[in-house]
Design a protein around this ligand. Structure first.
Ligand code: S5P
Length: 277
């Protein structure tokens, strides 16, 4: 089998065992967009406005729902309607990090009921396999998908070396629910972290990568930015995650600026993918 980086998104979609991964990979090809827009704004109106402006240009909108001070169920209903209208998936970037029983409750219950609306969520592997089995009990019946944080973008983070390799091994034990990683490179095909599995022979994991920016290298709080070419073409990742590079911080850029930046990142991400193939 060719290395995953040499397969098209469509070829990968056709062969993927997880429904939501198929949905994402198909959406990427349909829209020619491997751009995920991260919308980290503190109020409902801004979140919905930015999602509406960015929606046509991205495959996924990533939320941090607990940032929104006026959260209500209508926000979720409106975000779901935008996802239908503009053809994107919703990823709640919850970064679960507790034992299975606790994350199961955090995922299904409380104010946010994340599993009821987010196609994708993510978890730190630090508690061990129980975090995946706990989340899977809620997510699998709803056809949701999970990303494990195998690496992080911030300076000095601890998700390196053996930690990353152990995360890859964990993901391979749960290929019915773990659809991919948050990582900075193709960790499942890098000899240092792939655990002896040859290139092209392992399960197909979607690698979604934050820390992407065309204009700056950092944010003064540890974030480190790379270009879409470095991420998709040179490092073999699948989806670029762009937040402030598009919405601009605070309550967000005006719509025209958001659209302009979306187009810029969408084109750069797609070119990097074509160059990689
Ligand atoms: O390692 C990580 C993992 C994530 S999910 N580094 C990150 O920056 N993220 C998230 O990506 C982070 O929580 C934020 O929502 C987004 C990056 O935002 P930006 O404004 O720096 O592009």
């Amino acid at each position: 089998m060719p290395s995953i980086t040499k397969r098209t998104y469509t070829e990968r979609a056709a062969a993927h065992p997880i429904a939501v991964a198929r949905q994402l990979l198909e959406c990427i090809d349909r829209k020619k967009s491997n751009l995920c827009v991260s919308v980290d704004v503190p109020n409902k109106a801004s979140l919905l406005r930015i999602a509406a402006a960015a929606g046509p240009y991205c495959c996924c909108i990533k939320t941090h729902i607990d940032i929104v001070s006026d959260f209500d169920d209508d926000l979720v209903a409106q975000l779901q309607a935008l996802a239908e209208k503009h053809d994107f998936l919703i990823w709640e970037d919850r970064k679960f990090a507790d034992i299975g029983n606790t994350v199961k409750l955090q995922y299904s219950s409380g104010v946010y009921k994340i599993a009821s609306w987010a196609h994708i969520t993510n978890a730190h592997p630090i508690p061990g396999d129980g975090i995946v089995t706990g989340l899977a009990q809620v997510g699998l019946p709803l056809n949701r998908g999970l990303l494990l944080l195998a690496e992080m973008s911030s300076a000095g983070n601890l998700a390196t070396g053996d930690y990353t390799a152990t995360t890859v091994a964990m993901a391979r034990r749960h290929t019915d629910f773990v659809m991919g990683y948050v990582a900075m490179r193709r960790v499942d095909e890098d000899p240092k972290t792939a655990g002896g599995v040859a290139e092209g022979e392992g399960a197909d994991f979607v690698i979604m990568t934050p820390g992407v920016g065309l204009d700056t290298k950092g944010d003064g709080m540890g974030q480190q930015y790379r270009t879409p070419d470095e991420v998709i073409n040179q490092s073999g990742c699948d989806v670029i995650i762009v937040g402030r590079g598009i919405y601009g911080g605070g309550d967000g850029n005006p719509d025209e600026k958001i659209v302009e930046e979306c187009k810029r990142y969408q084109q750069a991400g797609w070119k990097a993918y074509e160059d990689r193939l």
